[in-house]
Design a protein around this ligand. Sequence first.
Ligand code: NAP
Length: 342
Amino acid sequence: VSFPRVGIVGLGLIGGSLAKRIREVFPDTHIVGVSRNQSACAQAIADGVLSAANTEISVLADRDLVFVATPIETIVDTVKALQAILSPSAIVTDVASVKGDIVAALSASASPRQKEGVSKGLRPLDPVAGEATVDSIGGKAALDPVCGEATGVQGAEPLENSSLFSEAEPRKKALFIGGHPMAGKETTGYAASEAKMLIGATYVLMPSTDPRHQVFETYLKNLKFRVVTMSPEDHDEAVALASHGPYVMACLTAGALLKSPYADAGKQLISSGFRDTTRVACSPAEWGTAVCLDNADAVLGFLQSVSADIGTLSALIRAQDAAALTLYFETIAVHRRGLFPV
Ligand code: NAP
């Protein structure tokens, strides 16, 4: 499975990495990037990663597949603007780290058949403001609209030839599939992007009964992702445990050193253990704020659970209960070793 015409909105860490990985696995893909960042566009074209780039999403109207890799709060308007211009047979997908509100907002305007695939258990729908226009994305228009066009990149046969993409059953809008690649690092921007970061990574997809879901899943597997399908609600609870909560814990651990009267002495002693447990505290503060606010219920649930355990642990230490502490630490060590077997 391949998509000959791919679009990527947002040419940062994730968008750039996806473009690089697609170019690596499907070298003939015509990939058009949309970004406000002209130097990232120029670099991606010079690298041979993008076939063309622009600041306006209107250039993506002929794409078979579009990834939206911009900050969480921009996803809904961007997807709506894309659905207004893409062929109904196309797929538009996002990579945002929180899914509930995005999938709910976009399923509100999906065709009935698209809605069938959205799992029960969604959060209440957000009131959807009016349809976004292309202009609402391009609030970046101060830049030269055309970043560049590469030559020599050949497109493959369009997928419309496939019966899966037949328009015999017309849809009002391109299909939206919520997604989240579970890969990243604490640096941002195209310069930090790399294809290898994505190889073997888990890619969470929101469920859908539309046959294009299966096609997209196969495409991701061809890119060597491990695809997991999960409801938006389960995703947001699970990602609080796997990513957002650990990020907050890393900040709390680094913060304890920062505010301690023994900070200077502590800084002399920190080593690999401190570095490993606090690495993700270097993630962009805007990302941390966005996931805490957008996934507030799940993050607060995580903190409540940890607070209760801190109380229990504190009581065991105060009671000098060596047996209970050893049992606790050993249980956690066995659990942790099992998560990353060597
Ligand atoms: P990033 O490196 O900062 O890239 C963000 C991209 O979005 C840049 O191209 C940026 O363009 C563009 N952008 C920023 N603000 C925008 C706006 N208001 N309107 C339109 N475009 C805008 O961030 P990232 O880590 O790739 O994150 C992108 C998405 O991936 C987010 O939704 C995030 O939740 C998700 N994600 C991140 C990770 C991770 O570990 N970082 C992992 C999985 C998923 P400019 O350069 O012009 O600002």
